[in-house]
Design a binder for this molecule. Structure first.
Ligand SMILES: CC(C)(COP(=O)(O)OP(=O)(O)OC[C@H]1O[C@@H](n2cnc3c(N)ncnc32)[C@H](O)[C@@H]1OP(=O)(O)O)[C@@H](O)C(=O)NCCC(=O)NCCS
Length: 132
C-alpha cells in the first residue's frame, strides 16, 4: 500500500471511492479552492495504480480537521483507513497542530468504531451550521 498527496488525475477515482462509501463527492471547483491551502493534507491510498482510499485534512492554524475519510468497500478491514489517518496525523504534527477534530453521523456505528480504534473519542458538542 502506498499513501501520497492527491493529484488531479486521481479525481475520478476519488469520486468513485466517495460515492461507493455513500459519502458526498466534493465538486472539482470546491477542491480547487481547498488545494490553495494545505494541499499536502489531502491524501489517497493506492494498491498499484488503483485508488483504494481517501482522506481530506485541513488545518485552520489552531485545530486540524479530518473530513471525507472513505475506503473502497472491496478493500476494507485491511488497515487502509488506519494508515491514511496515521499519515495525516504525522503531517498535521509537522505543522505543530495540537489537536484534531472530526464529525461522524451518530448512526454510523462502523465509523464510530473505527474512530475509537484510532483514539478519537466522542464529545457532547452539537454541530450547528448556516449556509452563506
Ligand atoms: C470507516 C472506514 C473508513 C474504515 O476503513 P477500513 O480501511 O476498513 O478501516 P481499518 O481496516 O483501518 O480498520 C481499523 C479498525 O477500525 C475498526 N473498524 C473498521 N471498520 C469497522 C467496522 N465496519 N465495524 C467495526 N469496527 C470497524 C476495527 O477495530 C478495525 O481493526 P480490525 O480490522 O483489526 O478489527 C470504512 O468502513 C468506510 O469507508 N466507511 C464508509 C465511510 C465512513 O463511514 N467514513 C468514516 C466516518 S467519517
Amino acid at each position: 500500500m502506498k499513501i501520497r498527496s492527491f493529484r488531479w488525475p486521481d479525481y475520478d477515482a476519488v469520486a468513485e471511492v466517495w460515492a461507493a462509501a455513500a459519502r458526498e463527492v466534493v465538486p472539482r471547483a470546491e477542491l480547487v479552492r481547498k488545494l490553495t491551502r494545505d494541499p499536502e493534507l489531502f491524501l489517497v491510498s493506492l494498491a498499484g495504480d488503483r485508488v483504494t482510499g481517501v482522506v481530506m485534512g485541513t488545518f485552520d492554524g489552531r485545530r486540524g480537521w479530518i473530513l471525507r475519510l472513505a475506503v473502497d468497500p472491496a478493500h476494507r478491514r485491511q488497515g487502509i483507513a488506519g494508515a491514511l489517518v496515521r499519515e495525516l496525523e504525522s503531517r498535521l504534527r509537522a505543522l505543530d497542530c495540537p489537536r484534531i477534530n472530526l464529525l461522524v453521523m451518530p448512526d454510523n456505528a462502523a465509523g464510530l468504531r473505527f474512530w475509537q480504534s484510532v483514539g478519537y473519542l466522542p464529545m457532547p458538542d452539537v454541530l450547528c451550521t448556516k449556509p452563506l
